[in-house]
Design a protein around this ligand. Sequence first.
Ligand SMILES: Nc1ncnc2c1ncn2[C@@H]1O[C@H](COP(=O)(O)OP(=O)(O)OP(=O)(O)O)[C@@H](O)[C@H]1O
Ligand SMILES: [Mg+2]
Length: 345
Amino acid sequence: MESNNSVWNLLNEIGKKQGITEIIINRSDLIFVEHQGELVKLNTKVEPQDLDNFVEEIAHLNQKKFSPEFPIMDGSLPDGSRINVIAKEYAQGGPAVTIRKYLKNIKTFDGAPGIFSLDPKWTKFIKTLVASKCNVMVSGGTGVGKTTFLNLLLQEINPLQRLITIEDTRELNFQLPNVVRLEARTGSFTGGTALAMRDLVKNTLRMRPDRIVIGEVRGGEVFDLLQAMNTGHDGSMASVHANNPGECLNRMENLYLLSGYDVPVRAIRQQIGSAIDFVIQLKRTREGQRVVGQITELAGFEADKILLQDVGVFKEGRLQFTGLVPKRMAKLVDGGLPKDFFVST
Ligand SMILES: Nc1ncnc2c1ncn2[C@@H]1O[C@H](COP(=O)(O)OP(=O)(O)OP(=O)(O)O)[C@@H](O)[C@H]1O
Ligand SMILES: [Mg+2]
């Protein structure tokens, strides 16, 4: 983009560099980038007025209000990066701007061999989860790669299928022909009425989706997602913020309660247990590498608890087969997994 605005110019320059995952502007003269997991202070600054103008432009581009009444803004940049801004009244010296850049070389599993430390065999397994229309939760902590991993899964969807995605900020980035992308609107949008994630998930059921994908579940929409999964919308996916598969299910249970339905915990667990097939847990190793830490199957229900069974666990630098063949093997074989897939692992 041609511009005299020093912020856009800076972003353009940074965009040419490889391996930058985050751009952080604490103050017009205090700017950092995250490069391969490390924060580096840049020896550069922008004009304070340019920073204010830039934020205004972002608000405009995203049709969002940014004002004393709406001092926090989430949105995206034209290149698909996610941006968060908090006004100077609340961030000393601000506005404070945080931009999540996505690495351009991670688009498909085949185009990025070894991504998330997956060998070709595990990549095949994960592609088969998509092909066999398993319902999958991608779980992980902040910045571990949940959105990136969801994108990789989305790229494996059969292009003949109709996909509906629901996000609160537009972040997913994938190419498929038959897609409707829905975005929730909070009160901070200019024009139109507020529409919550829940409203969108509910409406999705009237749009004949083959699959429903929620960028990240953070609230009562878990209830609607589970209804969708339990009423034949197989192959649906979502990400959730949790540090292990058990915590992922606990969090879903808690988010379900936010829907306001007074359902006994046992019944919630039953719904979760029958809706979800696998949790793919992402984690960072001690060295900072982003990996698939666990692939866990929801293997049944006993004494009010969901039984979890790990198929793969990351150990000694790679994802290893636990010896527990998935209960859904027949479904996976239908989706193209060789019958003897685990025999020689
Ligand atoms: N396997 C990977 N290897 C290297 N970099 C990765 C990998 N996965 C994601 N990244 C990069 O790490 C950053 C964070 O990824 P991403 O936004 O997908 O994480 P997230 O878990 O969705 O984060 P958040 O919790 O903030 O939503 C991005 O810049 C992304 O390009
Ligand atoms: Mg994310």
